[in-house]
Design a binder for this molecule. Structure first.
Ligand SMILES: [Fe+2]
Length: 329
């Protein structure tokens, strides 16, 4: 849309009205004219900023046309033209989204003034939209900087978690794509996967790095990390649809997991996939309390836990995919 001039569409079944509006407006704006509302609706792909429409036309009532055009192009401003202004029709036009109305016979200045006001309103609208886009962009940048800082903090506290998070994010993306998830969803879920253990920021370094087994009390402490992570991220509205990965990634298919002890399909589908990948990466990585397994051993271990820790149908689906992903470390 070129608002340096703006495009105005005139629809009126009286040729005289169409011509006189065109004469008045053509020096300032690009003007297109149509004889009937049906013609306008047929050509609704035309890029217009403002429409002048008669209220009383033979083929279609101007108010019906206004409703249709506003549902198709809510951003277009519509000015109604009437020869017989009645309070109820005017009120209805304004209620249906008309920008203003003018009464025949009109004069040149009046037409130019109302057209200019409508164009100005569109310019403001475009400017507001641009500001909203910029604001959202800068919020997301700030958010990203905050998350990066949290990841660095976790990295300093527990380097394993930071590297593990990057790896599972990569694997999760590969598996989801193979299963046929949509790209938007994959983007969100892989992003979340990189943050799934962010709650460990609230767990003591001593417990995270402890080389021997944890005491019951220490284990209770580590079990808090999904909820801590969820609380850190829950105010980020654009992550909302993926936060179950953070909150439920330690739930088990048999209901023996935490934090809520969800069972079977109570655990969201993508989380049941994620938990397989999360454990797989842990098994094939050296930890302070045990040596890593080979990929083949790890996959066998996952299979042996189908129906217990993991959804057995998803084990059948995900294990073959994981077995074909090589060199991800
Ligand atoms: Fe975790």
């Amino acid at each position: 849309m070129s608002l340096s001039r703006g495009t105005i569409l005139v629809v009126d079944d009286e040729r005289g009205i169409r011509e006189s509006l065109k004469m008045i407006l053509k020096d300032k704006y690009k003007v297109v004219t149509f004889e009937s509302p049906e013609e306008v609706l047929k050509n609704s792909s035309i890029d217009v900023d403002v429409i002048f429409s008669d209220i009383k036309m033979l083929s279609m009532n101007g108010i019906s046309f206004l409703k249709k055009i506003k549902s198709l192009k809510p951003e277009v401003e519509v000015i109604m033209i009437t020869a017989y202004p009645s309070f109820s029709t005017t009120l209805e036009a304004l209620r249906c989204g008309a920008f203003d109305y003018i009464v025949k016979p009109f004069n040149k200045d009046e037409i130019l003034r109302v057209a200019e006001r409508a164009i100005q309103k569109k310019i403001e609208l475009i400017e507001n939209e641009r500001m909203m886009r910029d604001l959202t962009h800068s919020l997301q940048e700030n958010y990203q900087a905050t998350i990066d800082a949290l990841i660095l903090a976790i990295d300093a506290k527990d380097a394993y978690t930071a590297r593990h998070s990057r790896r599972v994010s990569y694997l999760f993306g590969k598996v989801l794509r193979k299963i046929g998830f949509e790209e938007d969803k994959i983007d969100l879920l892989t992003h979340i996967a990189g943050l799934h253990d962010i709650g460990k920021i609230g767990i003591s370094e001593y417990i995270l790095r402890k080389p021997s087994s944890l005491t019951v009390k220490e284990y209770e402490e580590i079990k808090r990390h999904p909820l801590i992570g969820y609380k850190i991220l829950k105010s980020m509205k654009f992550l909302k649809n993926g936060l179950s990965v953070v909150l439920y990634h330690h739930e088990k298919f048999n209901g023996q997991g935490y934090p809520e002890g969800l069972k079977g399909e109570e655990i969201p589908y993508e989380v049941r996939i994620f938990s397989i990948i999360d454990v797989y990466d842990a098994l094939v990585t050296d930890r302070c309390y045990r040596k890593r397994m080979s990929s083949r051993e790890a996959l066998r271990e996952l299979e042996s836990r189908g129906g217990k820790d993991f959804d057995p149908r998803l084990i059948t689906l995900v294990v073959p995919i994981l077995s074909k992903i090589e060199g991800y470390k």
